[in-house]
Design a protein around this ligand. Sequence first.
Ligand code: ADP
Length: 342
Amino acid sequence: MTKINLTYHLKNIRHYYGNTKVLDIEDLKIEKGSITGLIGPNGSGKTTLLKLLAFAGRPTAGNILYNGRQEFPFSPTIRSKVTLLTQKPYLLKRTVFENIVYGLKIRKDKEYLETRVKKALSTVGLDYQDFAPRKWHELSGGEAQRVAMAARLILKPEVLLLDEPIASVDAKSAKLIREASLKARDTWGTTLVIASHDLQWLYSISDRQLSLFKGNIFSTGIENIITGPFEKINGESLVKTLGDGQAITLKGPAPKVCTAVIKKDSISIDLKKQAGDSGLNQLSGLLASMLLEKKSGHIMATVSIHDLSFVLRLTPDKISRLNLYPGKKVILRFHSNEVEWI
Ligand code: ADP
């Protein structure tokens, strides 16, 4: 039997803030050299999970094995190998050069600093001559995030945890951060876990995606979450009316439950509405983006319907048959039975 090389193994993790449970993960394995994407609405527990993976605190209950061993906050093993980059990077009130070498200096590693800083900066697309002497306040948001990323890359981390790394950066920085992340994995076998609201960006970088909701991993892969309130009709259907007047009808659950999951594989796309079946949801929207899924050869598409964004899978055949391209008006179709309530 081949032994899977795990960076993390989480067992029966529960985390509370006061009396509120914010994370509940029974079993989660993260393989070495993998890139895991975390998706979920605000407050679903992504940051809490990343902090636990960074060993910045202990879970209220449960075990986190790191490389097969139980580790604890501030253990020297972790400090030199696991690093977390947050949405708003914290930079020291010093030059870019000093910010980047800070982690090395703590480790009393002082060799070839200039060459290494040059390399780290070039990985994130910043010129050494121009940027190394700059002060922390002489950087745009995207440049500051790239400097923070370079400060982590210079440590050749075993694990790089990124919490909304592109939420406040420009498109060029987002692209460079993506490339630098992939390079870290390819060069050093770094394991990455990344939380992002940008599904397209996350999808283009990660090997697998975990959907979090209310502290639970409810699915492997990106799925569509529709939050309430829903209006109850005929006792068994629930309706959500969108701002543009369109309505989504779903077969109803127990009274209090108010979040629906529509699996992406339950959704299809067409150019015209189909007559007949009253159980079908048929919503007009715009095809917002299409992205090739590395493993399957399918295309992951997003469709915007008023202020909701749906993801679904398309085959290349369907794309050519319907002549689909981003910006095209489409009909999104799914049955009102195809819902899971969480
Ligand atoms: P996400 O990153 O998905 O937005 P978080 O992990 O930040 O989610 O938050 C999960 C839940 O825990 C939220 O309900 C949030 O309000 C709560 N929470 C986060 N940090 C704290 C804290 N330090 N004290 C109390 N509650 C917190």
